[in-house]
Design a binder for this molecule. Structure first.
Ligand SMILES: Cc1cc2nc3c(=O)[nH]c(=O)nc-3n(C[C@H](O)[C@H](O)[C@H](O)COP(=O)(O)O)c2cc1C
Length: 344
């Protein structure tokens, strides 16, 4: 039997296949099915900083408006601490999921700025989260902010969340930092136990009737895995023994899981494939992974992990600029590009 176990953020997982944050991990029945299909862990959908701050400011406004008009209003309004907030609802959801599964449950906070909201990290820990994933999803759209400012702010958020919790902390990053290899080291120094690479950016589309921006969620394709593969290959030798690595974006088959492990990921996370094919698709990924390992006589996932990363692949340049040059030169015209003459 091939040993599929892996260690992620210090947690022992029965399999390296993890269901990443999405609405399906919010449903206790689906989480049961993910567990039955062999998932190693689940990441809950995020609690967003905006949800926390919006609710608090709305409530404050309501309380202030009430107190201006009716002196006695404050007696009728419950205190801000007594009302169920987004954070309370999230804690309840987390408890519902923990009650139905023995899988490690990773809570997720999604944030862009430092602030008092970071104390919610402790609440998620107290509610039983086995680890926390902090998602720093933002665009550097402010022309007054330099790259250093953006990175310093993110490191401040990571350090503030680290301060709140003792459970393992993973940080889900975008691929758009100007010096990713250096920044990854800083993220670990700021307190991350692992990196989740990468956030998949949803590009806004335009509606040509209303001339408005419309949000469109499109599920990923396997070619999107190449970006995390490259960076995990480059980062894994530097972070070995110091931080875990999770691949996310484009993991749709067992061979995608193999590729993620080969470049040094500890786990391969998947969402789009589960939304397309259902939670039982985890079992398909596992059987494809097992078939690949068995055919090549691997004993374990550990034996495979990192055997084709930046320092072990025998061709480190392939992950860098030389790979770009070779890729361009490898293009072959699929047909004759000579323009046809008007008479032909
Ligand atoms: C409908 C939907 C909801 C998602 N919600 C979250 C979320 O709440 N927090 C988060 O960090 N990622 C969220 N994601 C991103 C996924 O966790 C994952 O990183 C991304 O879809 C790339 O993986 P994939 O190619 O396997 O889909 C969501 C993705 C989808 C499609």
């Amino acid at each position: 039997m091939v040993d599929l176990t892996t260690t992620y953020l210090g947690l022992s997982l029965r399999s390296p296949i993890v269901a990443s944050a999405s609405p399906i991990t919010d449903d206790p029945d689906v989480v049961r099915r993910l567990e039955a299909a062999g998932a190693g862990a689940v990441v809950l959908p995020s609690l967003f900083e905006e949800e926390i701050l919006h609710e608090e400011s709305e409530l404050n406004r309501a309380l202030e408006a009430g107190s201006e008009h009716f002196a006695e209003a404050l007696d009728y309004f419950p205190s801000i601490d007594e009302l169920p907030h987004a954070g309370d609802r999230y804690v309840e959801r987390l408890a519902r999921i923990k009650a139905v599964t023995s899988l490690p449950v990773i809570a997720s906070l999604n944030a862009t700025s430092p602030g008092g909201w970071t104390d919610h990290a402790r609440r998620l820990q107290d509610a039983g989260a086995d680890a926390l994933e902090l998602n720093l999803y933002h665009l550097a759209a402010d022309p007054l902010l330099a790259a250093d400012d953006v990175e310093d702010r993110d490191l401040e958020i990571i350090a503030a969340v680290r301060e709140e919790i003792d459970i393992p902390l993973a940080v889900k990053l975008s691929p758009y930092y100007s010096a990713m290899a250096g920044f990854a080291q800083d993220v670990v120094r700021a307190g991350a136990d692992g990196l989740v690479l990468f956030n998949r950016f949803y590009q806004p589309d335009l509606d040509l009737e209303t001339l408005t921006v419309v949000p469109r969620v499109e599920l990923s394709s396997p070619s999107e895995l190449r970006l995390p593969l490259r960076w995990i290959a480059i980062l894994s030798p530097h972070l070995a023994g110091r931080a875990s690595l999770a691949a996310t974006s484009g993991v749709a088959s067992g061979t995608d899981v193999v590729k993620a492990l080969l470049v040094g990921a500890d786990v391969a996370m998947t969402t789009s494939a589960l939304l397309r094919h259902g939670p039982e698709h985890v079992a398909v990924l596992e059987s494809e992974l097992l078939a690949w390992l068995t055919e090549r006589e691997y004993d374990s996932v550990a034996q495979l992990r990192g055997s084709a990363n930046h320092s072990t692949s025998g061709d480190p340049a392939a992950f860098e600029r030389a790979g770009y040059v070779r890729t361009l030169h490898s293009w072959a015209a699929p047909h004759d590009l000579t323009p046809s003459s008007p008479s032909s």
